[in-house]
Design a protein around this ligand. Structure first.
Ligand SMILES: [Zn+2]
Ligand SMILES: [Zn+2]
Ligand SMILES: [Zn+2]
Length: 89
């Protein structure tokens, strides 16, 4: 009988171990799940392998369609020509 050996809860992602399951869950949530969230596009929910890939995606996919159509008669801007046309004075 070896009472000195306590059960450890190991994190599969980084091999850190914790004495309780809830501590492990806390660690996974804070360290690994936020990392996943950080590389996820909040606009279209696509996931990317790195923060760099996400930035590139956002710049090309979303920044490009951001309100480029400006109304000549007021300060309003629209994301498409149709929206601009629908908006009239
Ligand atoms: Zn971990
Ligand atoms: Zn996106
Ligand atoms: Zn206008």
């Amino acid at each position: 009988m070896n009472k000195g050996t306590k059960k450890r809860y190991e994190c599969k992602s980084c091999n850190k171990s914790y004495t309780t399951n809830s501590r492990l869950n806390f660690h996974v949530k804070n360290v690994h799940q936020t990392a996943i969230r950080r590389t996820m596009c909040l606009v279209c929910n696509r996931r990317f392998r790195s923060l760099y890939n996400l930035k590139v995606h956002q710049r090309y996919v979303h920044a490009g369609i951001q309100k480029r159509q400006a109304c000549k008669e007021c300060v309003k801007r629209f994301s498409s020509k149709r929206d601009l046309a629908d908006h009239c004075h």
